[in-house]
Design a protein around this ligand. Structure first.
Ligand code: NAD
Length: 471
């Protein structure tokens, strides 16, 4: 298992818990990069702890049991362990590098992945299946990864024509949150091989590790189709979220409640039931990049023209969504936010998730700091926020709210919202503004806050008592 990050940890744990006739099916070695971060992850696994936190107790329990009791899960930093494997699963990161606010200049440092493939090719025994689970640009497997794998075989003095390496692509669909581990094997998976032999090998591997009775596998015609499947899936969701933003603004201006309106439309099952509700924005490692991986791959790997205006616009709209808080704050406090204390309630991109990468709260925090504000934050699952080092993380909602000029409910988290509600009457300063990006507390709090001179704004609602429109 290459890569013990958020996805690799859950995938390794799932492999380690697979059993047949009462016996463990696999001996799993998690291979990490030989650097400080990789070594820390390997050490955690060796001690029976998941190297990446997930708010799913079953993950910790499976890792503990497999590492410390069954003895079929361990970690290494030495790529020679690849030579022991029948199957190599890769779950390493592939980043998209871009300055915010544009989708023209993109970079995907694919060389890191190619280098990993060369190492695998050089170390793996003939007949080993290489199963890539990371999200890839279209064309990556046939244009870059497979040639690199063959290069590795050649570098080891063998002939990839005579012993054709087996390479399959079967992307992950893990869902971060309390059901994290089960989402690896209790969900539909798709796959494709670089050739028929690879597809067949992937089929027999996935059939062992996925509950295929309830979640049948889908075989794509080639790796490009599987690569595009994952990207389309995430671009579709990102676009769906972006679409509602202009309606949120309209609802706010028109004095109506878009949450109610969407609920009234969602009853049309099959055509309208996945219409999104308003919200602060989109975050996480995947939805913020995957549509653009398709653009980059089409242009750079396949030499195609890829205007893809919907997908590009979705990324930009989602990125700007949290910045609407600044407009609301400026309407209330004037252009300068210098000296204002802002409290962000929620740091990650989803409730019950500790992954802080690319969250809308991060975008908002940076923008508020640039505007001169002091930002504090509270999130029940986060004690460090490496992406926003200038934000002070508070130990409680109450501590974050005390003395705040601006309070933003950044996550649709019911438990956190209750704590905020409890602390609101005494927390923020008179004249403060509360922005409820997910319609969590407004109905219960707006009236009371209004009596104290505190304003309330809700994404997608123009009907809230105490909001600037209805004043
Ligand atoms: N996070 C999700 O919910 C999710 C869901 C589905 C798919 N994915 C995809 O899965 C892939 C992994 O995502 P993640 O969130 O686990 O990333 P991550 O950054 O948490 O983990 C990647 C790990 O790979 C390690 N690594 C990098 N290069 C390596 C190498 N050459 N050898 C060994 N280890 C190496 C890194 O040190 C890191 O620990 C990405 O392509 C992502 O898009 C993620």
């Amino acid at each position: 298992m290459l890569g013990l990050g958020f996805v690799g940890t859950a995938t390794a744990a799932n492999l380690a818990r697979c059993r047949k006739k009462g016996r463990a099916l696999y001996f799993v070695i998690g291979l990490e990069r030989d650097d400080a971060a990789g070594a820390a992850k390997a050490r955690a696994l060796e001690k029976g702890r998941p190297p990446a936190f997930a708010n799913d107790p079953s993950l910790a329990e499976v890792v503990r049991r497999a590492s410390l009791e069954q003895g079929n899960l361990c970690a290494s930093l030495d790529p020679r362990v690849i030579g022991l494997a029948d199957i190599v699963v890769t779950c390493i990161n592939l980043d998209l590098v871009r300055e915010p606010g544009q989708t023209e200049k993109l970079d995907v440092p694919l060389e890191g992945y190619a280098s990993a493939m060369r190492t695998i090719g050089a170390q793996a025994r003939a007949g080993t299946l290489v199963c890539v689970e990371s999200t890839l640009p279209v064309g990556a497997c046939d244009r870059v990864l497979y040639p690199a794998l063959c290069e590795g075989v050649r570098a080891a003095g063998r002939d990839p024509e005579k012993e054709r390496p087996l390479l399959a692509y079967c992307y992950e669909r893990v869902m971060p949150g309390p059901g994290y581990l089960d989402s690896v094997n209790h969900f539909h998976r798709t796959y494709a091989g670089i050739d028929e032999a690879s597809s067949d090998a992937a089929l027999s591997f996935l059939s062992q590790i996925v509950d295929t009775k309830n979640f049948p596998l889908f075989r794509h015609k080639n790796t490009r189709a599987a690569e595009m499947g994952k990207l389309l899936e995430n671009a579709y969701r990102a676009t769906n979220i972006a679409f509602i933003d202009e309606w949120s603004r309209l609802a706010e201006q028109a004095g109506v409640d878009l949450f109610d309106i969407v609920r009234s439309i969602r009853v049309r099952k099959g055509t309208h039931d996945n219409m999104m509700l308003p919200g602060l924005g989109v975050g996480g490692y995947c939805l913020t990049k995957d549509a653009l991986l398709a653009v980059w791959g089409a242009e750079r790997l396949l030499g195609l023209d890829a205007p893809m205006p919907f997908s590009r616009a979705a990324i930009l709209i989602n990125e700007r969504m949290p910045l609407r808080v600044l407009d609301m704050a400026r309407e209330r406090f004037g252009e300068s936010l210098a000296g204002r204390r802002c409290a962000l309630i929620g740091v990650t991109y989803r409730p019950d998730v500790a992954d802080t990468r690319s969250s809308p709260s991060e975008t908002l925090a940076h923008a508020l700091i640039r505007a001169g504000a002091t930002v504090v934050a509270w999130d029940p699952l986060v004690s460090e926020w490496p992406e926003a080092p200038h934000v002070k993380l508070c130990k409680s909602a109450k501590a974050a709210l005390t003395g705040a000029d601006l309070v933003v409910l950044c996550l649709p988290d019911r438990k956190a919202a209750e704590k905020v509600l409890a602390a609101l009457p005494r927390g923020p300063r008179e004249g403060a503004l509360v922005v409820d990006a997910w319609n969590m507390i407004a109905d219960r709090a707006a009236c009371e806050l209004d009596e104290r001179g505190i304003g309330t704004r809700v994404y997608g609602r123009g009907d809230v008592y105490g909001s600037d429109e209805s004043d």
